[in-house]
Design a binder for this molecule. Structure first.
Ligand SMILES: CC(C)(COP(=O)(O)OP(=O)(O)OC[C@H]1O[C@@H](n2cnc3c(N)ncnc32)[C@H](O)[C@@H]1OP(=O)(O)O)[C@@H](O)C(=O)NCCC(=O)NCCS
Length: 150
């Protein structure tokens, strides 16, 4: 399942299914400190990109983390992470790192050499986290652009 930090917490990591869209939408505002970004989550990802979209559940089947990403159709060396979120009560346990590493693995198997992501400039914590995870950081208009070779 990835780093030893997460083993005792994670019961299930699986690829997303269509019905997970509602679960993710249901936690988004809370996990994003009250920011309402729900309209920006693309429901199609759960259906047409589910081999690069992951759901983490606790022992009761409750959602505790998710990653939504895809292999770029336009740039064949690139894989893109659209969303990463971890339940506030389960942070700093290595869950997001484990999900990123799982994503890198699939990206590499598909010939991708780098991963990119964006976050709004207001999300300083996300910027700091991506930096910690080895991403380069650039400001691009009203958002940060992250990139990492994998
Ligand atoms: C950002 C987020 C996904 C991190 O999830 P997490 O599961 O707590 O992260 P991890 O425990 O896997 O952290 C991995 C490493 O980053 C470090 N880290 C955690 N939060 C950090 C932060 N805010 N800044 C810098 N480093 C951080 C951890 O200590 C850990 O270090 P190590 O593996 O080198 O020992 C989580 O805080 C979150 O859901 N935030 C709200 C949603 C959001 O803003 N998402 C990103 C934009 S789409």
């Amino acid at each position: 399942l990835g780093g030893s930090k997460v083993k005792e917490y994670i019961v299930n990591v699986r690829t997303a299914v269509e019905s997970d869209y509602k679960l993710v939408i249901g936690v988004l505002v809370d996990w994003w400190d009250g920011r309402d970004l729900r309209s920006k989550v693309c429901e199609d990802l759960f259906h047409h990109f589910n081999n690069t979209c992951f759901i983490v559940e606790d022992e009761n089947g409750e959602l505790i983390g998710f990653l939504l990403g895809y292999l770029s159709q336009t740039f064949h060396k690139e894989a893109y992470i659209s969303w990463i979120g971890v339940h506030p009560g389960h942070r700093n346990k290595g869950i997001a790192r484990m999900l990123y590493e799982r994503f890198y693995e699939i990206a590499r198997k598909n010939g991708r050499t780098f991963v990119t992501s964006y976050t709004a400039l207001v999300n300083i914590k996300s910027m700091q986290w991506h930096k910690h995870m080895g991403f380069s950081v650039k400001e691009d208009g009203d958002r940060y652009y992250f990139k990492k070779e994998i």
